[in-house]
Design a protein around this ligand. Structure first.
Ligand code: ADP
Length: 478
């Protein structure tokens, strides 16, 4: 079983969110079960120098994009047992960020065509399946069928497309269908890629890939209705027999409270979390008090993460005897919201408006409760990382949050977190107050709850097996 993972992010080379975690951990998890997954991603100039230096060049070729003929370098690196390939073109990838540029469509169209061209140069590794992830790689299934159809080298190659977030679809102006993709005269491609007067790359993948997955069973169902479907629900319903939800996992070696070098103190039992809590309070300038519950938010600060709910009740929440720690970057209005409240309640709210991996881990280890009131959440990794560090998640019941967090039942003691159903600010507030009450008034119940969170299996073990089954099934189909 030979699978090539084409992905826009893979930690530690590139990461802006959960996609980077998956790219950096699922391949190794699959390799442990069966076969071989190798990974291909752009050679961003932001790859840490110490790693970038080790990439060995293996080939150079040209990549066609309509009238363009672009240079493409191919490099390789074996890192922690996984074989990585990098596509290099400084014009496209020598930039400060991974995305957010006018020509993102062109950059990732180049990447997709480059991936297909590079296969010829991967010595001793002829993939049977390309596993594509999100819109950055959406053109791979389309280009494979349009440009390589009939080429014996590509004849049996299958594609699997995973939706990590349906919201991001890769929208480009309609003229790019001809000017960039060279597909304007191909009827099937034109119809498949066109959406609402624009080119929609994700839509193309949903129609061209041999099979589709998304990152939790609940999200797989949700995206087939219009509230979560982002305009793609009808199409996903049509393809439902080719769509499955497989929950993400996290890397248990990397996220391990017993060995994580970023923590104030490593721990193998939850009583020892206190050192991390105190360290965190001190680091962030909050009063060092063990008895005060520390709530945390580690998140991109965007609408998806349910920040409108939090904004609505923040003042009221801060009347409680709590501390709130926020780590995130994103939309300015949310950044300013947290800056404002941090200035107003310096004893209660600490806001770090930045991306900081080390601080994130200190928070997962030091906090008592992690808030994730998401509007939608395909899978969500933060709640899993929190549980791994013995921090209790409080989530809205959507997508992967619903599949991983079992609400606390005060009568039976069951559960590994707290949850609420409706996208309603006061449901969030009441649930937070309930959590704070349990923390304060029922120590035994709280310890039991966080122990259950700590023992929740969020590893890749089961999901990796599901991927292997699916890979084999697809490769065997004729
Ligand atoms: P998403 O992929 O939608 O951003 P996930 O919960 O799936 O959300 O994954 C988020 C990942 O990014 C987690 O590993 C989380 O710890 C990390 N993360 C988010 N914001 C920050 C930040 N400001 N600093 C460090 N890590 C962050």
């Amino acid at each position: 079983m030979k699978v090539l993972f084409a992905i826009g992010e893979a930690a530690p080379f590139a990461k802006t969110g959960g996609l980077g975690d998956v790219g950096g951990s699922l391949p190794a998890a699959v390799n442990k079960v069966r076969g071989e997954v190798r990974v291909i991603l752009p050679r961003f100039s932001t790859i840490p120098e110490a790693l970038s230096r080790q990439i060995k060049p293996i080939a150079e070729f040209k990549v066609d994009l309509a009238w363009r003929r672009q240079y493409c370098g191919l490099g390789e690196l074996k890192y922690r047992g996984v074989h990585y390939y990098f596509l290099d073109n400084e014009y496209y990838f020598k930039r400060d960020r991974l995305y957010g540029y006018e020509d993102d469509g062109e950059r990732y169209a180049f990447f997709c065509r480059g991936v297909l061209e590079s296969l010829i140069y991967l010595e001793e590794f002829k993939p049977e399946l390309i596993h594509c992830h999100d819109w950055h790689t959406a053109l791979i299934p389309v280009m494979l069928k349009e440009f390589y159809h009939g080429d014996p080298f590509y004849y049996e190659l299958k594609t699997l497309f995973t939706i990590h977030n349906l919201k991001h679809q890769g929208i480009m102006p309609i003229y790019t269908l001809g000017d960039l993709l060279g597909l304007v005269h191909r009827e099937r491609a034109r119809v498949s890629l066109e959406y609402s007067g624009s080119v929609n790359l994700l839509k193309g993948a949903l129609l061209y890939a041999d099979a589709l997955t998304t990152v939790s069973p609940t999200y797989a169902g949700e995206i087939q209705n219009s509230f979560y479907g982002e305009g793609m629900d009808a199409l996903l319903r049509e393809r439902q027999d080719r769509l499955v939800g497989i929950l993400n996992g996290i890397d248990y070696e990397d996220y391990n409270p017993q060995t994580d070098p970023h923590l104030f103190a490593n721990y193998g039992s939850l009583e020892q979390k206190t050192v991390n809590k105190k360290g965190l309070q001190q680091l962030l300038g909050l009063p060092v008090k063990e008895e005060i519950p520390v709530l945390a938010l580690v998140s991109r600060l965007v609408v998806q993460k349910g920040l409108d709910l939090l904004a609505h009740i923040l003042e009221e929440l801060l009347q409680e005897e709590i501390q709130l720690v926020v780590l995130g970057t994103g939309e300015e209005r949310y950044e300013n919201l947290f800056r404002y409240y941090a200035a107003r309640y310096p004893e209660k709210l600490a806001a770090a408006i930045k991306f900081d991996e080390s601080l994130a881990r200190k928070i997962y280890a030091g906090a008592d409760l992690l808030l994730m009131p998401s509007l939608f959440e395909p899978c969500g990794l933060s709640q899993m990382i929190a549980m791994r560090y013995g921090t209790v998640p409080l989530v809205r019941e959507t997508g992967g949050l619903r599949d991983t967090v079992i609400p606390y039942n005060r009568y039976t003691g069951e559960g590994n977190g707290f949850s609420f159903a409706n996208y309603n600010a006061h449901e969030l507030l009441f649930t937070a107050k309930e959590a704070i009450r349990v923390y304060r008034e029922n120590k035994e119940a709280w310890q039991h709850l966080r122990q259950q969170a700590y023992e929740t299996d969020c590893s890749w073990e089961q999901p990796a097996r599901r991927y292997v089954e699916l890979y084999c099934q697809l490769i065997d189909e004729s």
